[in-house]
Design a protein around this ligand. Structure first.
Ligand SMILES: [Zn+2]
Length: 292
C-alpha cells in the first residue's frame, strides 16, 4: 500500500491498467465527467470520485462502467484531469491553444500520484502496458480513438516531444511506486510490509512475524507483544514493541527490530537508493545433533 490522494476505500476490483485523460471541460467536475472517469482531478488538484468504481469496469457488458477509452475500458482505471475545454491541437490550423482551462502542473503531479496509487493497489508496475494516456491508446497500442490527443501536450511546455511527455509521466509514476519501501527477507520480497512516513520506516509486523514463525501474543493500540526466536521449536523471548495501528494493521518502527535481529545473529540493512529493507538470517539447516 502507498498513501496517495485517493481515499483507500475508493479502490476496489482488479484493474489491469491506468489510462490518463483530460476532460476537455472546465476546472470543475461535471456530471458528464463523473459518468466517464473513475477519478477526477479538479483545477485545484483535489481528487473527486466518478459515478462508477474500478470494479464496475471488470466487465463492460452490463453498460454500468466508466466509458473513457474506446475499445479499452475493460479493466482500465480512468483518471482525468479537469480542463482543456476549447483547446486546439498543435497541428491544427490555428496551432496549439490550451483554451480557458489549461491543465496545470499541480494536476499533472496529482494525476501521477493517483496512477501510482492504483498501480500499487493492483500490484502493477508503471510501464507502457499498464500506464499510458488516452492519446497512446492509439499512438502506442493501435486502438483507434477518433483523434483524441489527451494527454500528449503539456500546456506549460507545449513544444516538448510527446514521447518525452509520456516518459515524464511513466518516470514520475515509477518514482512514486519506487518510493514505497519494500522488505526483502533472505531475498524474498514481502509485499506491502513497509511504509515510509516522517522519514521513518514502519513495518507491518504480521507478515514478518509469520515469515519467522514468531508468535504475536497481543496487539494494543500502541504496542505489540511478540514471542521471538530463531527457531520456532525453541523457547522464544517475549518482547514488547511500540506500534501504531493503521487500517487495522499493526506497524512498528523498523529500528525497533534492529536489536532483536542482531540478538539472533541476523542482519538488517537499509538500501536507501532502492527504498528497500533487507533482512538476512543465517542459513539455518535443521540438524538432529544438538551438541557442538
Ligand atoms: Zn480521454
Amino acid at each position: 500500500m502507498i498513501g496517495g490522494p485517493i481515499p483507500g476505500e475508493w479502490l476496489n476490483g482488479d484493474p489491469v491498467r491506468v489510462i490518463l485523460h483530460w476532460t476537455a471541460g472546465t476546472y470543475e467536475v461535471s456530471d458528464l465527467d463523473r459518468q466517464h472517469y473513475h477519478f477526477l482531478i479538479d483545477g485545484a488538484g483535489k481528487v473527486h470520485r466518478g459515478r462508477y468504481s474500478l470494479a464496475d469496469n471488470a466487465s463492460c457488458r452490463d453498460g454500468r462502467y466508466a466509458a473513457h477509452t474506446r475499445g479499452m475500458n475493460t479493466g482500465s482505471a480512468g483518471i482525468a484531469i479537469c480542463g482543456m475545454g476549447g483547446a486546439t491541437h498543435p497541428e491544427s490550423v490555428r496551432g496549439f491553444n490550451p483554451g480557458r482551462w489549461p491543465f496545470n502542473q499541480t494536476q499533472w503531479q496529482v494525476a501521477q500520484a493517483c496512477a501510482a496509487q492504483v498501480l500499487a493497489y493492483a500490484d502493477l508496475p508503471a510501464d507502457a502496458r499498464t500506464c499510458f494516456s488516452h492519446w497512446e491508446a492509439q499512438a502506442l497500442h493501435g486502438v483507434r480513438q477518433r483523434g483524441k490527443w489527451d494527454i500528449s501536450v503539456l500546456p506549460w511546455d507545449p513544444g516538448l516531444d510527446r514521447g518525452v511527455v509520456m516518459a515524464q509521466l511513466r518516470g514520475g509514476v515509477a518514482t512514486l511506486l519506487g518510493a514505497e519501501p519494500t522488505v526483502l527477507i533472505n531475498g524474498n520480497l514481502i509485499s506491502h510490509a513497509a511504509l515510509l512516513e516522517g522519514g521513518r520506516v514502519w513495518l507491518w509486523i504480521r507478515p514478518i512475524a509469520e515469515w519467522f514463525d514468531w508468535h504475536i501474543e497481543d496487539v494494543e493500540p500502541d504496542q505489540v507483544r511478540l514471542l521471538v526466536g530463531a527457531d520456532p521449536d525453541a523457547v522464544g523471548t517475549r518482547t514488547g514493541l511500540p506500534a501504531r495501528i493503521v487500517d487495522g494493521r499493526a506497524w512498528v518502527p523498523a529500528r525497533e527490530l534492529v536489536p532483536i535481529l542482531s540478538g539472533l545473529g541476523w542482519r538488517l540493512a537499509w538500501d536507501q537508493a532502492r527504498n528497500r529493507l533487507a533482512i538476512t538470517t543465517r542459513v539455518s539447516v535443521p540438524t538432529l545433533s544438538s551438541g557442538e
